[in-house]
Design a protein around this ligand. Structure first.
Ligand SMILES: Cc1cc2nc3c(=O)[nH]c(=O)nc-3n(C[C@H](O)[C@H](O)[C@H](O)COP(=O)(O)O)c2cc1C
Ligand SMILES: O=C(O)C(=O)c1ccccc1
Length: 387
């Protein structure tokens, strides 16, 4: 077994083992991928302030996210089709999160269903909702999530229409997979992936099956989304779902201070500052650059979380020190899952935890709660002067 010391190690193995079609799906941003790249490169612009001769014994990364105790403020982000990256991917990722003591978020667009995950885990997980045109179907999803004792609803607001990702179109990615000759070749060259997938069709997309069958054209992810997702979604709809769901509610995909204020009015428990990992509006601001103005608008009234671009514990520390209350990783855990299943997700969490803990110590801090702007050196023009 290779030694894993950084997230990049997991990515390398993941790439080797996974059909190109699914690797590309994960690793893509939309259009020019500018926002996708800046999500990471903007983290690099922020420097850490090294402090010495500070007692670093008894450190803790323990915190809370929307009232839930977490081993570190890093949750697993909702990732669609996780079960195509590894057989039973959603169940394995949920188990890894449970073992590590961090929250797992199940995407609406999962291969394993809400019930599959609930039956195979004990810790409550969070359910991510995409609002579909068929309201009854959505209500039923909420009822299923409630029955499975999901303790938070993460309502995603930045994907009612899909941002174009060139590679997915060129690879012919569809839900469910359509077996064109080049697809079969792609799947066959990754025999290890194929072997572990055998027999898993029984779980295939049970969150949305029944619904998907009503569609005439399932030829691409793009047309499927266009037919299923409700483009009329607006703040009134969000308010309706706030009323329908009596648990915690997190609004995901906020990148603008005005939208953050709307989220506050809705009575959300938290928002996730996110640009969907650079997969939606290319040209949008990186999450870490968008964070300060959002904190200024609502930071003392609602929990502000952040995702997009986090690949290390240093990135987590920077987000927390900038003022985020919690963070999420998307691709970083998918790399681990595709590389080595549940163990790989646990490795990803271990790597990030170790980096966060050590970095905290070298910054002279013993408690994640004490992280603050004083730990950072932020270039004067970082906040920009956007008109
Ligand atoms: C392959 C993939 C699938 C995703 N599917 C979903 C989804 O079903 N629902 C959702 O709200 N966000 C989805 N996201 C966005 C993630 O929740 C998260 O915002 C993003 O991955 C964060 O960026 P990062 O990958 O750089 O950490 C997806 C992201 C990826 C990479
Ligand atoms: O790919 C995504 O980012 C995503 O959220 C999604 C959207 C539609 C179907 C499946 C996943």
């Amino acid at each position: 077994m290779p030694k894993i010391t950084e997230i990049e190690d997991l990515k390398r193995i993941y790439k080797r083992r996974t059909p190109k079609m699914f690797y590309d799906y994960c690793e893509s941003g939309s259009w020019t991928e500018q926002t996708f790249r800046e999500n990471s490169s903007d983290f690099d612009l922020i420097k850490l302030r090294q402090r010495v001769a500070v007692n670093m014994e008894g450190r803790t990364t323990k915190s809370q996210m929307i009232g839930r105790d977490v081993a570190m403020p890093v949750a697993l982000a909702p990732v669609g089709s996780t079960g195509m990256q590894h057989a039973d991917g959603e169940i394995l990722a949920a188990k890894a999160a449970e073992n590590f003591g961090v929250p797992f978020t199940l995407s609406t667009m999962s291969v394993c269903s809400i019930e599959d995950v609930a039956e195979n885990t004990t810790a409550p997980f969070w359910f991510q909702l995409y609002v579909m045109r068929d309201e009854k179907f959505v209500d039923n999803l909420l009822a299923r999530a409630k029955a499975a004792e999901c303790d938070a609803l993460v309502l995603t607001l930045d994907l009612q229409i899909l941002g174009q990702r060139h590679k997915d179109i060129k690879n012919g990615l569809s839900v469910p997979i359509k077996l064109a000759p080049h697809t079969i070749l792609d799947l066959m060259t990754k025999w290890r992936w194929g072997l572990q997938m055998l027999g898993t069709h029984r779980r295939s997309f049970r969150n949305i099956v029944g619904h998907a069958q009503d569609v005439d054209d399932i030829s691409s992810l793009h047309s499927w989304t266009a037919q299923q997702f409700d483009p009329r979604l607006n703040w009134d709809t969000v308010m309706e779902y706030r009323r329908k769901w009596d648990g915690k509610m997190v609004l995901k995909g906020i990148l603008d201070a005005d939208d953050a204020k709307q989220a506050l009015n809705i009575g959300a428990d938290a928002i996730i500052v996110s640009n969907h990992g650079g997969r939606q509006l290319d040209g949008a601001m990186s999450s870490i650059k968008a964070l300060p103005s959002i904190l200024e608008a609502v930071g003392d009234k609602i929990e502000v979380h952040l995702d997009s671009g986090i690949r290390s514990g240093q990135d987590v520390l920077k987000a927390l020190a900038m003022g985020a209350h919690g963070t999420y990783i998307g691709r970083a855990f998918v790399y681990g899952l595709g590389a080595m299943g549940q163990k790989g997700v646990e490795e990803a969490l271990r790597v990030i935890h170790t980096e966060l803990d050590t970095t905290m110590a070298l910054c002279g801090e013993r408690d994640v709660h004490n992280l603050d702007k004083h730990n950072l050196l932020v270039p004067r023009d970082f906040y920009g002067d956007w008109a």
